[in-house]
Write a protein that binds this ligand. Structure first.
Ligand code: FAD
Ligand code: NAP
Length: 556
């Protein structure tokens, strides 16, 4: 694989398509486009492929969608042959899988690693994008595809005194490859989101003392992970293609769960409790599907939230700690539900303490540790499990300039504006995989990735077949879509949480619900219809190679 030494793979600096990012999205995009005969190259900031699963190596990192579903479906032999060892695979196994895919489809020869893309500029006259890398290389391509990830821009709050701290600092999203041995150490963890909830039990088991700093208690359900059984594996593999089709075409989340056709209040309290208990014992996010109105009806949601709060009270022996762990400020599931192994029980350990930082926030770091509400805590190591600048962070970090030099970051300053989460008006020939305005992070993300990749690949093939090489989202179609995305979100309980879906975790970020909540199945159909109707809402044209810029504008 090529590395960025200022030059580009095999000296080539012009491609039909460049892809930024070599996670699940970038790898599959490369595979599809290469099969279609496009010249294509991937640039990846990390030193290897894997994206999320390359960077997030913290203890306990694992998927929350079952591995039989959280995996590619595009190749029948791949999905039949790969064998997952657990119901929810851990990070090392998922990373091994992604590496296997890269090797199996011979993808590495078209990937430049250790290469961070710094800017992307559209030249209207040449109708092409020019990318520059941080090391100074320039690459030109007709099309640019951002496979930069929705959860790849890790964020550490800007606490005063960071430089003064003498211990070790970690972020879950940038975990050292060699691992961290916390044995005998006094450790502070900041955050209680999904990453923290997975990491805390394992850090607690190793550290001398662990203090968890919690601003907002979160809802978590037990994973009840188990070693894969032959029978379970076969229940999928005996009809893998059919089940995958069902997941993508018939479900809202791209995942097959036990769906219910009943509302929570349509059954009596005893039956409701029984159903919650049954799902709690089975484990996983299947709990969220106990009734069909948990995410749209507050009264229904309250019944599930109460059930989980009771479970927390039963799991945590110290009543004050239990009380502090009870989530109260958002509906259950309005922040992505966490899936844990022994999270609440970890607070029963003698070496674990919980500090509430809602009323008395973290003031900053000192040479020895953290100062919170005027009190100093000394640590050998501090782990920031403080999340990501989600959905827009990785794109904002690239200086993206479209027509007339306008910046994407600026165009999205009041919230992302995208048609179908695929393209943004004013930025021709630039695609985003799982971009804001698409189901992406609300789904089994691999299902959403495959759908976007297939749609983009088909689109580029269509353009080539028809002698076209310019595509841009129509501004009105985009505005209509943004309005629709918002309307649909506000029919649910999701906007009631200060979540990263809303941009609420980043000070100063505009609060707008970013993903499309209408459902993977519904969205897929919309995208297919758009393509079938000649790419309705997009402007397709022959670029200046065939026309002058003026003629081209006239054609639009
Ligand atoms: P990523 O995997 O984020 O890859 C993007 C790549 O782009 C990164 O490697 C990054 O280095 C690279 N990149 C970004 N900017 C640049 C640049 N300027 N130049 C060069 N390269 C760049 N989803 C689920 O559906 N189920 C789960 O169980 C699940 N678990 C998760 C667990 C964790 C800890 C996290 C953080 C996320 C999880 N997700 C999960 C979401 C997960 O991000 C997606 O499922 C999926 O892995 C995203 O793949 P991607 O290729 O789109 O993006
Ligand atoms: P997150 O959900 O955004 O959680 C970040 C945590 O840090 C929150 O508890 C937040 O508190 C806290 N925090 C941030 N700034 C703080 C500050 N200044 N002071 C105190 N606390 C602060 O991030 P994440 O846990 O990394 O998860 C992000 C997403 O990645 C998940 O929602 C999920 O989609 C995915 N993920 C999935 C899994 C999985 O199970 N497969 C695991 C990890 C991640 P507030 O809530 O008060 O802001």
């Amino acid at each position: 694989m090529a590395k960025d030494a200022g030059g580009v793979h095999a000296g080539q600096s012009r491609f039909d398509v460049v892809i930024v990012g070599a996670g699940f999205s970038g790898l599959y995009m490369l595979h599809r486009l290469r099969r279609l005969g496009f010249s294509v190259h991937v640039f990846e900031a990390g030193s290897d492929v894997g994206g999320t699963w390359y960077w997030n190596r913290y203890p306990g990192a694992r998927c929350d969608v079952e591995s039989m579903q959280y995996s590619y479906s595009f190749d029948e032999a791949l999905q039949q042959e790969w064998r997952w060892s657990e119901r929810f695979a851990g990070q090392p196994e998922i990373l091994r899988y992604i590496n296997h895919v890269a090797d199996r489809f011979d993808l590495r020869r078209d990937i430049s690693l250790d290469t961070r893309v710094a800017s992307a500029t559209y030249d209207e006259d040449a109708a092409e994008w020019t990318l520059t890398t941080r090391a100074g290389a320039r690459i030109a391509a007709r099309f640019c595809i951002m496979a930069t990830g929705c959860l790849s821009a890790a964020r550490t709050p800007d606490f005063p005194g960071m430089a003064a701290y003498r211990g070790r600092i970690f972020h879950t999203g940038h975990w050292p490859h060699e691992g961290v041995d916390f044995s005998g150490l006094t450790v502070g963890v900041v955050g209680t989101g999904s990453s923290a909830i997975q990491a805390i039990p394992l850090i607690a088991a190793q550290a001398k003392q662990l203090t968890v700093f919690q601003r907002t208690p979160n809802f978590s359900v037990p994973a009840r992970n188990w070693a894969m059984t032959e029978a379970y594996e076969q229940s999928w593999k005996s009809d893998y293609a059919g089940l995958r089709r069902r997941a993508r075409e018939e479900t809202r989340s791209g995942t097959i769960y036990e769906f219910s056709d009943k509302g929570a209040l349509a059954v009596d309290a005893e039956a409701r409790e029984r159903e919650y208990e049954r799902r709690w014992q089975k484990g996983g996010a299947n709990f969220m599907h106990a009734f069909n109105d948990i995410l749209v009806d507050k009264a229904a949601n309250d019944t599930a939230a109460d059930f989980v709060r009771n479970k927390i009270r039963q799991s945590v022996t110290d009543p004050r700690t239990a009380e502090a762990l009870l989530p109260h400020d958002h509906p259950l599931g309005a922040k992505r539900i966490c899936v844990d192994t022994d999270y609440y029980e970890t607070f029963n350990r003698g070496n674990v303490a919980l500090v509430d930082v809602r009323e008395a926030p973290i003031e900053g770091l000192t040479a020895a540790g953290l100062r919170v509400g005027g009190r100093d805590y000394a640590f050998d190591a501090i782990v920031f499990a403080t999340g990501f600048d989600a959905m827009t962070g990785a794109l904002d970090a690239i200086d993206i300039r479209g027509c007339d030099g306008s910046s994407l970051k600026q165009a999205w300053s009041a919230g992302p504006r995208s048609y179908l989460g695929l393209m943004s008006a004013g930025f021709p020939n630039l695609f985003t995989i799982t971009g804001p305005g698409s189901p992406s992070v609300l789904s089994n993300v691999i299902v959403s990735i495959e759908q976007h990749v297939d749609w983009i690949a088909d689109c580029l093939a269509h353009l080539r077949r028809n002698g076209l090489n310019r595509i841009e989202a129509d501004r009105q179609a985009q505005e209509d879509w943004v309005t629709h995305v918002n309307e649909v979100a506000h029919r649910t309980l999701y906007p009631q949480a200060n979540s990263w879906y809303m941009g609420a975790n980043i000070p100063g970020k505009t609060r707008v619900f970013m993903p499309y909540i209408g459902g993977v199945n519904v969205y897929r159909q919309i995208c297919s219809d758009v393509a079938a109707e000649g790419y309705r809402g997009f402007r397709l044209a022959a670029a200046p190679a065939q026309q002058t810029k003026k003629e081209q504008h006239a054609a639009l």
